[in-house]
Design a protein around this ligand. Structure first.
Ligand SMILES: Nc1ncnc2c1ncn2[C@@H]1O[C@H](COP(=O)(O)OP(=O)(O)O)[C@@H](O)[C@H]1O
Ligand SMILES: CC(C)(COP(=O)(O)O)[C@@H](O)C(=O)NCCC(=O)O
Length: 393
């Protein structure tokens, strides 16, 4: 059956510097709210429940018109809410966060008749992270030496933690509780830097192509290692092995080579390692500053990519001497959009409230629900939909 506007509700957007992320709910076609009342003891007993899915999609911000076409084709522009007391012809409000919620206000109004209800980006990131960590089974995992291990999150012992969101730029947020947080640091060397510099240096046409290239590369061709400086030996006294990178891209100063003489795959790997390592190190320093043991890394730079996660995890492990732990999230890039989605409830605009996610299911390409727009190479993170229950007030 086609997804009708009656089945889809509550579109929320996160319009970032690089990507637009969408989250929306679709109810299962065979459920009615009355026949599924709440059997659990979470304060919602007896209330009608809708069962359905949260869907995720993303578009490049530079191709915002594709996103607008998608919203139009699925009639998602009708899924927001209206202010209390507003007349029927007043514009539909869609929750939106990220810089683009400000930048593209007029475009959304003009093309779709949508008013973007702006939500603060940091509020949304934190709300999205807390929601995923508390409600979605097997959301967080560690990654070390090619091994992924799901983390058991104790809901009573979640806070404090450091949230590092690696989007175009990087924000580091100390989270102390629901809605209780402080953005303690950030860096302008982030996902946009990797993709921007990588595009210039390798002529890659897409982010995923650049990421894929890195898998075949050897960073030692370009990076200057401790061994290159110390005649092949370790610098034991300060704990540096001969294979430690002493200076990213450092070999390029003495090789007497031009850019064309380096393989794009080696450049990509070196760049990915430099940026991931740098973010891992700054994150660790901020965790140390506040005595935080757990660091959750999110944002679409990570892309569920093994080498990226491994580099970040190794940096955190190395600098903290094993004291701090890097963790990653399956829905890494959708924290902001999920936070915006949750804000429908916060503002009491409507009577839909997501209270419990039962489980998550991998994307079923046959269900017509989720689509990945653009190439993808992530085994983990290609927008898995989430089965969930929504309670009606
Ligand atoms: N298909 C893609 N196109 C562009 N960048 C991508 C893509 N997939 C992953 N990325 C990476 O993700 C970053 C954006 O991450 P995201 O969390 O969406 O941040 P933002 O909110 O700034 O758009 C990009 O800068 C890039 O490093
Ligand atoms: C300005 C931003 C919050 C915007 O978020 P983004 O679109 O990158 O996800 C982010 O790019 C950032 O935190 N940049 C780092 C700025 C700094 O602290 O130096």
């Amino acid at each position: 059956m086609e997804e009708s506007e009656a089945q889809i509700s509550h579109l929320a957007l996160d319009i970032g510097g690089s990507l637009i992320k969408l989250v929306y709910f679709s109810r299962n076609s065979d459920n009615s709210s009355s026949k599924n009342s709440v059997p659990v003891s979470n304060g919602n007993e007896g209330r009608p429940v809708l069962e359905g899915k949260l869907h995720f999609a993303k578009f490049e911000t530079a191709k915002i018109h594709d996103c607008i076409d998608f919203i139009q084709s699925k009639q998602l522009c009708l899924t927001g809410c209206q202010h209390h007391g507003s007349s029927a012809d007043e514009k539909c409000i869609i929750k939106a966060t990220g810089g683009g919620a400000y930048k593209f206000t007029d475009l959304f109004k003009e093309k779709l008749g949508i008013c973007l209800g702006k939500e603060d980006e940091m509020d949304c990131l934190v709300a999205g992270a807390n929601f995923l960590l508390k409600s979605v089974h097997d959301e967080a995992f560690t990654y070390m030496d090619g091994q992924k291990e799901f983390a058991q999150i104790d809901h009573d012992d979640l806070y404090p933690y450091l949230l590092v969101n690696i989007g175009s730029g990087v924000s580091m947020i100390k989270v102390d509780g629901p809605g209780k947080f402080e953005r303690v640091s950030g860096t302008n060397v982030g996902g946009g830097t990797f993709w921007g510099l990588g595009r210039l240096l390798t002529k890659c046409k897409s982010f995923d192509e650049l990421l894929e290239l890195s898998q075949q590369g050897n960073n030692r061709v370009i990076d200057m290692l401790v061994g290159d400086i110390y005649g092949g030996t370790d610098y034991k006294k300060i704990g540096l092995t001969s294979t430690t990178i002493a200076s990213s891209f450092g070999k390029a100063i003495s090789d007497n080579k031009e850019l064309e003489d380096y393989k794009p795959e080696d450049i990509s790997r070196s760049l990915l390692r430099m940026i991931s390592n740098n973010i891992g190190q700054i994150s660790y320093l901020n965790a140390l500053r506040f005595g935080l043991k757990r660091i959750f890394f999110a944002g679409f730079f990570i892309r569920g990519h093994a080498y990226t996660m491994d580099t970040i995890a190794v940096a955190v492990h190395f600098w903290s001497k094993g004291e701090a732990k890097a963790m990653f999230l399956r829905h890494e890039g959708f924290l902001g959009a999920l936070g915006a989605f949750m804000s429908y409830e916060k503002h009491g605009f409507d009577n839909l409230m997501v209270h419990q996610l039962l489980q998550q299911s991998p994307t079923d390409p046959s269900d017509g629900g989720d689509k990945t727009h653009g190439p993808a190479n992530s085994e983990l993170n290609d927008n898995p939909s989430i089965n969930c229950s929504v309670y009606l007030s």
